[in-house]
Design a protein around this ligand. Structure first.
Ligand code: FES
Length: 571
């Protein structure tokens, strides 16, 4: 067969015939690969099909992914029905509560695994199956770098359970009950019962935490089918979504719809809009920055502030509101949210399923307005997040204002400084701690370049004696992160971090700090000359603390929060 120019088109190898192991003889390589693949029982017809890889992160150390075998089966069904050969393969899994010092440290490692294995193994497109907080960002980062046709499938959120008539869902309620236990409102026996009830199904955290936020962002970017982010893990619809994902993954083969066509400057801005409208996790700013950065797009925190002024919070979910993710799905899911902010979105953005975002939103017919509020009657007038700048955070910091107490938005306080996580743990509940509810708690050496690698420790507990006196919130700040399920007036991601020599390391007990959400500012009220004197007196940082292996690579390459904590050499 010749084309109009009279040339015979070059036939691209597909399936097992592509990306060959190099033995110096192409035909021999195909023959040998087929021979070994045949040992898995495939017929010749199957061996000749295009391959849809299924990169999944199931693991015994990841409770959120325990239903993945069933989801993988459903994806395979979709691929087979469409005419492809589905082949699953495991990658690193990042179970949020099972990793030390914190899962963020290994997100980039997982992204490298996804990138290299989708590129090195013979597949024509890939389904990325993840869910728990860092897995979806890692998969999208890897897919963006590999840039082979890819589609995201997520675990889906957990369903809620009950305790003494109250609905319980990980993990806003985890913190609520723990705060009650610390304040001695409930006893050890009751907290043990709650512990068993908080996470009682497969799936990701049941509120608008990081996993839910990243699933919604992935759908908004266009990397997932419509209305696939919020569907509960245990709902039969989740299996139908998986089957559809398999079909779409097959359809992607040979089309120019790659991650680089979908994740663009405009779709990233759409994702920022939705992040603000859902009162989403602060972690998502870091992850979206890293994902976009892999394709050369920058997430500018000044732009985030501009968008935040014109994007109201519309979703009434914990920790900002009262409902859970399963309620969002019943209310119309992500398309319902996007429809309300339609006039703010770039509707021409292309989706992995082939249509535009505008096409998708034309199909939304019903919305439960108690969960997804109309644009004119929002939960909050402005967006959920705001970036702060000042001499304490020259490259920015983040506050989730939708989960904070507005009475503390314009405040000045005395710094009570904790030098490390150990220092915090040792002193926070001491009756001798010199602290009042008007003080600002400051934690440092918990940023990306610290030994603790930026854990979710920014949700500093209210000092024991204040908690017992009924204090529920106070201004807290750090270079750490915070779980998306947490709440409080908490400034996070102060950049540059203290361990890299940032000004947070110069704060002393008793200094005054001024926070102004209206002015987007965070200022240490100490004269420049004094700041310079303190900086000159800081002890020199040891050249290297990591001895070998991945820790060494992390230490050498990790970037600050405003660059997504990606590795320099992966950008
Ligand atoms: Fe996996 Fe919360 S622990 S999503």
């Amino acid at each position: 067969m010749v084309d109009e120019s009279g040339k015979k088109p070059v036939e691209r190898p597909v399936g097992f015939a592509k990306g060959l192991t190099n033995y110096g003889d192409r035909e021999f390589s195909v023959y040998l690969r087929r021979s070994f693949a045949s040992s898995m029982g495939y017929s010749r017809e199957m061996l000749d099909r295009p391959i849809v890889g299924i990169a999944h992160s199931a693991s015994g150390f990841n409770n959120c992914h325990r239903h993945f075998p069933e989801l993988i089966d459903a994806v395979k069904r979709g691929v087979l029905a469409a005419g492809g050969l589905p082949i699953e393969f495991p990658t690193i899994s990042l179970g949020e509560t099972f990793l030390t010092p914190t899962s963020l440290k290994f997100r980039n490692l997982m992204s490298m695994d996804v990138e290299e294995m989708t590129r090195a193994q013979p597949m024509d497109s890939v389904v990325l199956l993840g869910g728990c907080d860092k897995t979806v960002p890692a998969q999208l980062m890897g897919a963006a770098s590999a840039d082979i046709p890819a589609i995201q499938l997520v675990a889906g959120p957990m369903s809620t359970s009950r305790h003494r008539g109250e609905r319980l869902g990980a993990c806003t309620d985890c913190r609520r009950f723990w705060a009650r236990f610390r304040a001695r409102e409930i006893d050890a026996q009751e907290i043990e019962v709650v512990e068993r009830r908080l996470a009682s199904t497969a799936g990701t955290c049941a509120v608008m935490g990081t996993a839910s936020t990243m699933a919604i962002i992935a759908e908004t970017l266009g990397m997932m089918p419509a209305n696939s982010a919020a569907c509960p893990a245990v709902d039969a619809d989740r299996l139908r979504i998986a089957e559809e994902t398999g079909r779409v993954a097959f359809d992607l083969i040979g089309k120019p719809i790659r991650p680089s066509e979908i994740i663009t400057e405009k779709s990233v801005e759409n994702a920022l809009r939705v992040l603000l409208a859902i009162g989403g996790s602060t972690n998502a700013v870091i992850h979206l920055t890293a994902i976009a950065g892999r394709l050369g797009h920058k997430v500018d925190l000044n732009r985030l502030n501009a968008l935040s002024e014109t994007t109201p919070v519309l979703v009434n979910l914990k920790p900002t509101g009262e409902h859970y993710m399963e309620d969002l799905y019943a209310a119309g899911g992500v398309p319902a949210i996007l429809r309300e902010i339609r006039h703010l979105l770039h509707l021409e953005c292309r989706m992995v399923t082939g249509e535009t975002l505008g096409d998708r939103l034309d199909n939304v017919t019903w919305v439960d307005e108690s969960v997804v509020r109309p644009f004119a009657q929002p939960v909050r007038e402005t967006g959920g997040l705001v970036a702060l700048f000042g001499n304490l955070a020259p490259r920015g910091a983040i506050l989730k204002r939708s989960a904070a107490d507005p009475r503390l938005f314009e405040a000045e306080g005395r710094a009570v400084v904790f030098d490390s996580l150990e220092d915090l743990a040792n002193r926070i509940d001491s009756d001798d701690l010199d602290v009042t509810a008007d003080d600002f708690l400051v934690l440092r050496n918990a940023g990306p370049t610290s030994d603790s690698a930026m854990p979710e420790a920014g949700y500093l507990p209210i000092p024991g004696k204040l908690a017992r006196a009924g204090v529920k919130d106070m201004v807290r700040m750090s270079d750490a992160r915070m779980s998306g399920t947490a709440y409080g007036t908490i400034v996070l991601h102060i950049t540059p971090d203290a361990a890299s020599g940032g000004p947070l390391g110069l704060v002393r007990n008793g200094d005054r700090i001024r926070l102004s959400v209206a002015n987007h500012s965070l200022e240490l009220l100490v004269a420049d000359e004094e700041m310079k004197r303190r900086a000159a007196a800081l002890p020199a940082r040891p050249a290297s603390r990591a001895k070998r292996g991945y820790a060494k690579l992390y230490e050498r390459e990790v970037l600050q929060a405003d660059e997504g904590c990606d590795f320099q050499f992966l950008k």
